[in-house]
Design a protein around this ligand. Structure first.
Ligand SMILES: O=P(O)(O)OC[C@@H](O)[C@@H](O)c1c[nH]c2ccccc12
Length: 268
């Protein structure tokens, strides 16, 4: 089994347990009754600008399968407020518990704390999780092309949009980008980390950028360790950059985020 398959097996077990507590009909109702979703697509569109630099999706992540524990993050709401003040366009909240030590409670706490659009970062493979994301205040969800077939990708994307949310559709190869486009993705993330092996190759964004159509929002995901890397992604045409580890590991995540954005200004 690849790392991705192992993670998804655990995610499905945890999902079954939640589903036994909150049945399908109830989660559908909660999603319908939630306040309207914020427009994450609009928040990410437009690429870097002269003054503020590239758009950033700032991630709240305690642990990862490749690094183990990254940061304690006892107060995810406080970290989200810092990200918001530092100009994050979207805040990403890991909700997977086994490998990333996140939860839907984290998403609830962050939702109550900020107005910025929120990404539910998880391994979403069932419709239930899409309703659940909306019920807990998400505006954007992650759909990983490598985790599903085309019919499921289309179905989950359609459901996401019918609930007023958008999907960040994650690809790692030219073939996966083609599948994302064919499914109707409006926001495509190139993850430079291979989820089957966890290897990271930041040059991969630039190598695949030419394969991304002009009319989608382009997101470079993973592997940012420095301002220079953010600049490289922005110069290769990324509208937004998704950053986790480098922010949460830093003593002052907000200052780090501001520095990264300034370094990626068009004039820089
Ligand atoms: O911490 P990094 O290297 O800045 O990476 C952030 C983000 O891209 C990464 O957390 C991620 C990208 N795709 C995922 C899918 C599932 C879990 C996590 C991820």
């Amino acid at each position: 089994m690849s790392v991705l398959e192992e993670i998804i097996a655990g995610v499905r077990e945890d999902l079954d347990a939640r589903r036994a507590r909150v049945p399908d009909a109830q989660i559908v109702r909660r999603a319908e009754q939630a306040p309207a979703a914020r427009d994450a697509l609009a928040a990410l569109q437009g690429g870097r600008d002269d003054v503020a630099g590239v758009r950033v999706i700032a991630e709240i992540k305690r642990s990862s399968p490749s690094q183990g524990e990254l940061a304690g993050i006892s107060d995810p709401a406080a970290l989200a407020r810092e990200y918001e003040r530092a100009g994050a366009s979207v805040v990403s909240v890991l909700t997977e518990s086994r490998r990333f030590n996140g939860s839907l409670e984290d998403l609830d706490a962050v939702r109550a704390a900020v107005d910025t659009p929120l990404l539910r970062k998880d391994f979403i493979v069932e419709e239930y999780q899409v309703h659940e994301a909306r019920a807990h205040g998400a505006d954007l969800i992650l759909l990983i092309v490598a985790a599903m077939d085309d019919a499921r990708l289309r179905g989950l994307l359609h459901l996401t949009e019918s609930l007023g949310m958008h999907a960040l559709v994650e690809a790692h190869t030219p073939d996966q980008i083609d599948r994302a486009v064919a499914a109707g993705a409006q926001i495509i993330g190139v993850n430079v980390r291979n989820l089957k092996t966890l290897d990271v190759d930041p040059d991969r964004y630039e190598a695949l950028a030419a394969h991304l159509p002009d009319d989608v929002v382009r997101v470079a995901e993973s592997g940012v360790q420095s301002a220079a890397q953010v600049r490289q992604y922005a110069r290769a045409g990324a509208d937004a950059v998704l950053i986790g580890e480098a922010l949460v590991r830093h003593a002052d995540p907000a200052e780090t985020l501001r520095g990264f954005r300034i370094a990626s200004r068009r004039s820089g």
